[in-house]
Design a protein around this ligand. Structure first.
Ligand SMILES: C[S@@+](CC[C@H](N)C(=O)[O-])C[C@H]1O[C@@H](n2cnc3c(N)ncnc32)[C@H](O)[C@@H]1O
Length: 254
């Protein structure tokens, strides 16, 4: 059985490994968000005091991490999770003075233009960010020179190019896999606007293994965990990295 301690991997994720795996699994909404964020930030420059929007922040683990690890002020914006629930996580983590929870939909963000130094989005952009007009909308909230970084489920080849969603993915994810793209697809979508310089667009190394490990640990932690997580475990095991990955994409507003 996969144990909580398997999530402590200081060689690969030194900062994430300082967090209690039970706390993190308790906030589970998808594959290890701290690993994704820690890897993504390798391509960003975050400095203390910056104002950062964590878009699609879920139950808030990534917002806690941003505040603690990089000393930034965070607005944690999410649609499914009530702001009070996220705020309770921030209070318990001792970062309530630096992280504000807001419940909002990603197309009607209640912020001033050019009011953020950076926007990050972990395992959320696939739900709202694939339309041609979304990057132009979102970058309106970034100051000139501000940074954007996303980690999003990805494919190693475009579904359009394959002609169909691979059967083992379609069985579990359905049509939503149409929002899973290659890193190069994101690079083109963003760069063609002329609004940003894409500073990196890569697939996370061994993303499927990280995702599988996380899912196995989550499955082992709850009485009905296996029933909930087995389809994803089967999908990732069958895939073995042929198609499934995570894209880490960063850009700087001109
Ligand atoms: C898979 S969860 C990931 C949450 C968190 N970032 C994490 O990694 O634990 C996806 C998140 O995207 C948010 N989301 C989905 N559609 C959204 C939308 N249209 N506007 C704002 N947030 C949205 C959901 O509320 C949800 O918390």
């Amino acid at each position: 059985m996969t144990a909580l301690n398997d999530l402590v991997r200081p060689d690969r994720y030194p900062r994430s490994s300082r967090y209690d795996p039970a706390w993190l699994v308790g906030l589970d909404m998808g594959p290890n968000p701290l690993w994704l964020l820690e890897d993504l930030v390798r391509n960003l420059e975050l400095r203390p005091g910056m104002r950062v929007l964590d878009l699609g922040s879920g139950k808030g683990a990534t917002s806690v991490f941003l505040a603690r690890e990089y000393g930034v002020d965070v607005v944690a914006a999410d649609w499914w999770i009530p702001a009070e629930d996220a705020a309770a996580v921030f209070t318990e983590a001792g970062v309530a003075d630096r992280v504000e929870a807001i419940r909002t939909e990603a197309h009607v963000l209640p912020f001033e233009p050019e009011s953020f130094d950076a926007i990050v989005s972990i395992d959320a952009f696939e739900y709202f960010g694939t339309a041609d007009n979304y990057l132009p909308y979102l970058t309106g909230f970034l100051r000139p020179g501000g940074q954007l970084g996303i980690a999003t489920p990805a494919m190693t080849r475009e579904v359009r190019e394959l002609g169909a969603i691979p059967a083992h993915v379609k069985r579990v994810v359905g049509w939503e896999a149409m929002a899973w793209h290659t890193a190069e697809w994101w690079r083109f979508l963003w760069e063609i606007t002329g609004l940003v310089d894409v500073t990196s667009a890569r697939l996370q190394e061994d993303a499927w293994r990280d995702w599988l490990l996380w899912t196995r640990v989550c499955a082992a932690q709850h009485p009905d965990g296996l029933a909930v997580h087995q389809p994803v475990i089967d999908m990732l095991t069958e895939d073995a990295g042929e198609y499934l990955s995570f894209a880490l994409v960063t850009a700087r507003k001109k």
